[in-house]
Design a protein around this ligand. Sequence first.
Ligand code: COA
Length: 114
Amino acid sequence: MLAVENEDATVLGSVGWHAVRHGPGDIAKALNIGITLLPEQRGRGYGTAAQEALAHYLFQTTLVERLEAETDVDNLAEQQALEKAGLPTRRSPPARSVPPRPMARPHPVQPTAG
Ligand SMILES: CC(C)(COP(=O)(O)OP(=O)(O)OC[C@H]1O[C@@H](n2cnc3c(N)ncnc32)[C@H](O)[C@@H]1OP(=O)(O)O)[C@@H](O)C(=O)NCCC(=O)NCCS
């Protein structure tokens, strides 16, 4: 976790991150980032600037190749801040719009003779 400060060293909030998997294998790791600004400091561009700075910091100081963030569908401030910070946003469809799929369960394959 890091503090978010302005040019006067006033603390505005904090950012944090944790490792998540995004694929098979031990090296397929990403960092999931999060931010909280004090209520009176929101809507002034600090959220965009802080997440852009955090992305630069993490790419420069770690070997990670992917950053992720999650937020609520109605959190437009965070969605726009992420976009403006250079992190493209992708919406997951609501569960009810996912069409039913046939069940396919993996099971061990028996070796064939010969
Ligand atoms: C989400 C958060 C980090 C955004 O930071 P911020 O400093 O308030 O956002 P910015 O001022 O950088 O604004 C980014 C964009 O979102 C827009 N925006 C800001 N507040 C908004 C609101 N309440 N509704 C809609 N859009 C909003 C801004 O207009 C700006 O776009 P623009 O430059 O085109 O005008 C901050 O509001 C916050 O800490 N919220 C509470 C915690 C939170 O939601 N954390 C993230 C998800 S868990």
